[in-house]
Write a protein that binds this ligand. Structure first.
Ligand code: 13P
Length: 340
């Protein structure tokens, strides 16, 4: 393990005013989003779409790292350049999703555990050769009447820590993603309780497996009310509760925390991040974004599967990246949307 390299990679991923672009949708997830817009679910369309996302050279001003899916890391862009090379060219660290998805947790109806540890050592070695310098593993926690169970929290925390240790042994920075889903009728207090429980457990397991906190990035959910909650908390409360939770679970040696968007609207995700960075608290870590949908959805609609729309759609994602880059420094205002 080269700890200095891990630290340098993590620092580049969450550099000031920059965040992470999650463009690592598995085939089923990507197909679902394409089908909604009537876009053919072919390898060529995925390549065209993902080339569009990285077309603007200025993306590197706001994006420090981009998470790719296995297929994309092996593809070339429309210009014939390997995706990892294109990312390096515009100053973005290439990353790779390495988990094999959330599967049913045995004996625990309604709960998931993420699989993919078998053979991971060998896959990481190959991904490094292909240019990846960080990885992502997503654990999924569902809030319901009697869930999550302790069994689900422990199984996922353990797998995240085993994954993180394997990454660091391969000189790859692990993004550790314990995602508490935002679906449900629960209120913000319940979201806090579950988010706190999983984060606390994750750091216990990371310590047990010897993971160097200086060489990782945490990717958590924000503490929000469930989408079906009758009284949803506002932006300020979400910002305060999320930071309060992180302050009590995340050691200061972690260099960066990059949030998932989890189905929030584009502007909601930007406003929440901005509000956290405006709290005025002395925070020990960078607070930034690692959004999938909240960075991509407007651009995907603008492209709509038509190669004639590539230039316009590339400017749409550049705008979203710029807004979130500003939010990562607490400098976003809704007026900036209109000005564009
Ligand atoms: P969303 O921002 O769309 O939630 O996706 C982020 C991600 O990478 C989930 O693993």
């Amino acid at each position: 393990m080269n700890i200095q390299q891990l630290k340098d990679t993590a620092a580049a991923m969450v550099a000031p005013g920059r965040g992470i672009l999650a463009m690592d949708e598995s085939h089923p997830t990507c197909n679902k989003r394409f089908e909604k817009l009537g876009i053919p679910t072919t390898e060529d369309k995925r390549k065209e779409y993902r080339s569009m996302l990285l077309k603007e050279n200025d993306m590197g001003q706001y994006i420090g790292g981009a998470i790719l899916f296995d297929e994309t890391l092996r593809q070339t862009t429309l210009d014939g350049q390997p995706f990892a090379e294109r990312l390096q060219q515009i100053g973005i660290v290439p990353g790779i999703k390495v988990d094999k998805g959330a599967k049913d947790l045995a004996l625990h109806p309604g709960e998931k555990v993420t699989e993919g540890l078998d053979g991971l050592r060998e896959r990481l070695a190959e991904y490094y050769q292909l240019g990846a310098r960080f990885a992502k593993w997503r654990a999924v926690i569902t809030i319901g009447a009697d869930i999550p169970s302790q069994a689900c929290l422990v199984a996922n925390a353990h797998a995240l820590a085993r994954y993180a240790a394997l990454c660091q042994a391969a000189d790859i920075v692990p993004i550790v993603e314990p995602e508490v889903l935002m679906d449900g009728t629960h209120d913000i207090d319940r979201s806090y309780e579950v988010t706190h429980a999983i984060q606390k457990l994750v750091f216990e397991h990371l310590a047990e497996q010897g993971v160097e906190l200086e060489g990782m990035v945490l990717k958590p959910n924000m503490v929000v009310s469930g989408y079906e909650c009758s009284q949803r908390a506002g932006v300020q409360q979400v910002a305060e509760e999320t930071v309060r939770c992180l302050m009590s679970t995340v050691p200061p040696s972690v260099p960066g925390i990059a949030f998932l968007s989890g189905g929030q609207t584009d502007e909601e995700a930007t406003e929440h991040l901005n509000a956290m960075n405006q709290l005025g608290d002395e925070l020990p870590w960078k607070l930034t974004f690692s959004y999938g949908r909240a960075l991509q959805q407007a651009a995907m609609q603008s492209w709509n599967g038509d190669s004639g729309n590539i230039d316009r759609a590339a400017r749409v994602i550049l705008h979203r990246a710029r807004m979130n880059g500003a939010a990562a420094e607490g400098k976003y205002t809704p007026e900036m949307e209109k000005a564009a």
